[in-house]
Design a protein around this ligand. Structure first.
Ligand SMILES: Cc1cc2nc3c(=O)[nH]c(=O)nc-3n(C[C@H](O)[C@H](O)[C@H](O)COP(=O)(O)O)c2cc1C
Length: 231
């Protein structure tokens, strides 16, 4: 299976190691893994080019291209961030902002339904689940087929300070999650919540369809019928 890892931080702390503990248990070789950090991606400037015209007009598209290609090629997507004041890192949020056009409310990638995604976070005391939920929301709206969350309270500021007891727990949890992913990969069914959101947006595109670029996308993929042109 092909695995794409996207880190919301550059340093190799607890979050990085939690992600890699999971990855080391997946049925993939080194060549199957693509790994990125998002720290060099510029902030979204709110130009709306991606949403109303074409994502390739984004002023930062060159920076994004390799990551987006790796996302498209992946069977399993893993994205991580430490908890920073009860949220994901600013860098990771800046990356997600650039993918707004891929939300089901605009032009989702139909292939996402076949993929598995994992949201990973660590925290010193509270909030890892808050962060994985935030990341999982992005996956949900990208129309990812199966979404997992791996939040961990590590009670430490660095990986070296994580106790043996917590490392044991990490081992057990990542064992369980990896075996689920190894079984499921290649046989993913689009989850119910995702299907409901897709259905809701199908109706919106069919009815309101305020953005012609989005409507055309839904028509092109056969998700809605082409509207008859009015004479
Ligand atoms: C800027 C910053 C903000 C943080 N905010 C919180 C927080 O709100 N709650 C908490 O329990 N830990 C917080 N932490 C601690 C980290 O979430 C925790 O140590 C985490 O495991 C660090 O992961 P890393 O080793 O991958 O960097 C914060 C750390 C930093 C650097």
């Amino acid at each position: 299976m092909k695995v794409t890892i996207i880190h919301g931080q550059t340093h190799h702390g607890s979050t990085y190691h939690l992600t890699h503990t999971l990855v080391s248990k997946l049925n993939c070789s080194k060549e199957d893994i693509s790994e990125f950090t998002v720290n060099d991606i510029s902030y979204c400037v709110g130009c709306f080019q991606c949403i109303f015209k074409d994502e390739h007009l984004c002023p930062h598209r060159k920076q994004l291209n390799p990551i987006i290609t790796a996302l498209e090629n992946a069977d399993v997507i893993i994205m991580d961030s430490p908890n920073y004041v009860m949220g994901m890192s600013g860098q990771l949020k800046a990356f997600f902002d650039h993918l707004a056009y891929r939300w089901m409310s605009h032009r989702p990638d139909g292939e996402m339904k076949k993929k598995i995604a994992v949201a990973v976070s660590t925290t010193a005391s509270m909030g890892a689940k808050t962060v994985t939920k935030q990341i999982a929301t992005q996956f949900r709206w990208w129309a990812v087929g199966q979404i997992y969350q791996l939040p961990f309270t590590v009670a430490a500021a660095s990986w070296d300070d994580v106790s043996g007891k917590i490392r044991n727990k990490i081992d057990i949890k990542t064992d369980k999650l990896a075996s689920k992913i190894n079984k499921l990969s290649g046989n993913v069914r689009f989850n119910l919540k995702g299907r409901l959101i897709f259905f809701m947006n199908q109706n919106i595109q069919r009815g309101l369809g305020y953005n012609p670029v989005d409507v055309e996308w839904w028509e092109k993929h056969g998700w809605i019928k082409k509207k008859k042109s009015q004479t």
